[in-house]
Ligand binder design. Structure first.
Ligand code: FAD
Length: 465
């Protein structure tokens, strides 16, 4: 039978947007239920951020073991047991997702398994198998995330993989064609190449990672090449034919038709928001362009009771953005006057080496009318980077010329993902390059690169002439 339960807040989707929103709303005194149709933790914990980083670090470990001769270390008979790699990856995912379930319990958040859809402007129905139930809410936060885009001519199969399929591979492929050189394509290509896969990347635009400055990408391109990855740009994938134990991909590369044989093809050309089958029209929630939900600075949709966060609203489709918006939306529905400010939102590519940026690039700052002063410092002039055997890359600071206000930073190099945090803080709290330069950074650390780049902006670096 179907009965209606009344609750303060219903959260749809338990990814990094939804689970964070649920916890924050519970902290603020609300009775919350979370509806999740598949896995707690969403894409990020189960088939995104976390499993991809596990594969990347296992692959990196393997590569380092095989390539440390210059440090005087020669390893023999280093083998990959890929089944074990996958098992280890699975344990990390299990540990994190059980952690989230534990947090739900600790906050008295009720978890409902099933697929939610709106049947009215303040009621959702949850279908679980043959049963269904209804929840009438004061507020609802939609956090249903996104799914990989399937392109014409490439229907998902056991050989035509999305990122989810690639993360679940049972073997290290001998050959892999990757369609799409965005961050997901590059991260997974790099990980599999490290394990020994011969990878061909087909990218439609003139460069891989087209969202980033050319100079930031150069060290990544160099490393991909060293790993034996072939990159074809201006390459349009046309179709795939499945053979007895593999695939043949046809593409038009710079106007010429070419074919590529491989064991698998992975298609990572973008993701689309999961907003189609939610009954949004019955709830009075309007969609904007590309199926994204239109929201204000608190995440409120065209229905006052309903908020939307994460990959289903515009902006970068990243986990920390989803979580940030989740906190804001939970606070907003609890009567706190919070609103989003994306100025200090970082973006990271876990390539080899890593790329990270926050705030404005030089080009963006100039476009916004700032007179800028920049400073760059190379990893190769840093003792810690050299002693790690990872000296490729540089850090660039973009500041306002008049007073040194930090507008943004871009980094390519080892641990860029961690180093960017200092610049997030600088942008968020309105620090100047002088603040960074006057902050004593421990020696020898990668953090000194930030301090020295600030010295470069000020015109008096110590370790470069
Ligand atoms: P999701 O994580 O997609 O969660 C949505 C949840 O809603 C899902 O669990 C889904 O089952 C559920 N759901 C959907 N519809 C319904 C319904 N009708 N009823 C009930 N439940 C429903 N981001 C980073 O910041 N860093 C990274 O390193 C990174 N790496 C990535 C690697 C890969 C391979 C991929 C694919 C993505 C990666 N991302 C990364 C992106 C990140 O995973 C997403 O931005 C993030 O998961 C979005 O969070 P979300 O809460 O909006 O949605």
């Amino acid at each position: 039978g179907e009965f209606t339960t009344e609750v303060d807040t219903v959260v749809i989707g338990a990814g990094p947007g939804g689970y964070v929103a649920a916890i924050r709303a519970a902290q603020l005194g609300q009775k919350v239920i979370v509806i999740e149709k598949q896995h707690v933790g969403g894409v990020c914990l189960n088939v995104g951020c976390i499993p991809s980083k596990a594969l990347i670090s296992a692959s990196h470990r393997f590569e380092q073991m095989n390539h440390s001769e210059s440090m005087g270390i020669k390893a023999e008979n280093v083998h990959v047991d890929f089944h074990k790699v996958q098992e280890w990856k699975g344990q990390i995912v299990d540990r994190l997702t059980s952690g989230v379930k534990g947090l739900f319990k600790a906050h008295n958040i009720e978890r409902v398994e099933g697929e939610a859809l709106f049947v009215d402007n303040d009621v959702v129905r949850v279908n679980h198998g043959y049963e269904s139930s209804r929840y009438k809410f004061n507020h609802c936060i939609i956090a249903t995330g996104s799914s990989p885009i399937e392109i014409p001519g490439f229907k998902w199969s056991s050989r035509v993989l999305s990122s989810t399929g690639a993360l679940a591979l049972k073997e290290v492929p001998k050959k892999l064609v990757v369609i799409g050189g965005g961050y997901i394509g590059i991260e997974l290509s790099s990980a599999l190449a490290g394990f020994g896969t011969e990878v061909v990347i087909l990218e439609g635009s003139p460069s891989i990672l087209p969202a980033f400055e050319k100079r930031l990408i150069a060290p990544v391109k160099k490393k991909l090449k060293a790993k034996g990855v072939s990159v074809f740009t201006k390459a349009l994938a046309k179709g795939v034919e499945e053979t007895a134990n593999g695939v043949t991909v046809t593409a038009e590369v710079k106007g010429k038709t070419q074919t590529f044989d491989a064991d698998y093809v992975m298609v990572t050309v973008g993701r689309r928001p999961n907003t189609r089958d939610l009954g949004l029209d019955l709830a009075g929630v309007e969609l904007g362009e590309r199926g994204l939900i239109h929201v204000d600075k608190q995440g409120k949709t065209t229905n006052d009771k309903i908020y939307a966060i994460g990959d289903i609203v515009s902006g970068m489709a990243l986990a920390h953005k989803a979580s940030y918006e989740g906190k804001i939306a939970a606070e907003a529905i609890s009567g706190v006057a919070s609103e989003v400010d994306y100025r200090a939102m970082p973006a990271v590519v876990f390539s080899d080496p890593e790329i990270a940026s926050v705030g404005l690039s030089e080009e963006e700052a100039v476009k916004e009318g700032y007179e800028v002063k920049t400073g760059q410092f190379p990893f190769a002039a840093n003792g810690r980077a050299l002693s790690l055997g990872e000296s490729d890359g540089f850090l660039k600071i973009v500041s306002r010329a008049s007073d040194g206000l930090v507008l943004g930073a871009q980094i390519v190099g080892v641990s860029a993902s961690d180093m960017i945090a200092e610049f997030g803080l600088a942008v968020e709290s309105g620090m100047t390059v002088e603040d960074l330069a006057l902050t004593i950074h421990a020696h020898p650390t990668l953090g000194e690169i930030a301090m020295e780049a600030a010295d470069v902006v000020l015109g008096h670096p110590i370790h470069i002439a």
